[in-house]
Design a binder for this molecule. Structure first.
Ligand SMILES: [Zn+2]
Length: 228
């Protein structure tokens, strides 16, 4: 019988491509878990998640974590603005580290994966899919292979069925993910990757700039996706 998967879905490039890739090559994606932690982009992300969950034929769960907004000072949830960067800044470690600190939500991925672990254990799900990738792993340690291995070890103790966190693109960059999306015919025009949460993606936050670079590397005209 085909194995089953649930996906940590945000509606952005990484989680969407990881979900479709898994569906094609690894396991049936039955559930998508979307987290409402008070992020500015909640409404737009949710719309994207609804769209892609529907295409995947998976059930979408929205899980509320309101306490995160109360305990963190991150620009992702608070009123101060998300830093803007430009393409050259992506090569500058001091800028990407500062940008990372501005949007850091304490233990977010650890929290999400552990909630997914509870979910998987109770619904007999074999794989938990996370859209980690090489680009973000350079600044976010909780996108790395070591982190995935550590969580998988924890699940051997904390769950009965030991689900496996599977992150097919942990060693790949976003350009590669766009290439894969094209191969799998995933519609790109409904992705939402912006930290700011405007109706149209801002085009100047780190997440938007990384998406723009990946689209551009694949010769995809992208201006209409972004405000700037
Ligand atoms: Zn943006």
């Amino acid at each position: 019988m085909r194995k089953k998967a649930c996906v940590l879905l945000s509606g952005g490039l990484d989680s969407v491509v990881s979900a479709f890739y898994t569906q094609k090559y690894k396991a049936a994606v039955e559930f998508c878990l979307f987290f409402d932690y008070g992020q500015k982009a909640f409404i737009q992300e949710k719309k994207a998640c609804e769209y892609y969950a529907n295409l995947l034929n998976a059930k979408l769960y929205t899980i509320k974590l309101p306490f995160l907004k109360e305990i963190t000072g991150t620009a992702l949830v608070n009123t101060h603005s998300v830093p803007s960067i430009d393409l050259n800044d992506l090569q500058d470690n001091s800028i990407t580290t500062q940008s990372m600190l501005d949007v850091w939500v304490p233990n977010r991925n650890g929290l999400f994966l552990n909630i997914a672990g509870s979910f998987a254990d109770s619904k007999n799900i074999d794989f938990i899919i996370a859209g980690f990738n090489k680009e973000e792993a350079q600044t976010f340690k909780d996108n790395s292979k070591s982190f995935i291995n550590s969580i998988n070890k924890c699940f051997k103790f904390s769950t009965l069925i030991s689900p496996t966190v599977y992150s097919p693109f942990y060693s790949k960059d976003k350009s590669y993910m766009i290439k894969t999306a094209l191969k799998l015919n995933i519609p790109l025009n409904r992705l939402y990757s912006c930290y700011n949460g405007y109706k149209k993606m801002c085009g100047i936050c780190e997440s938007c700039v990384r998406l723009k670079r990946a689209l551009s590397n694949n010769d995809i005209a992208f201006n209409h996706y972004f405000e700037i």
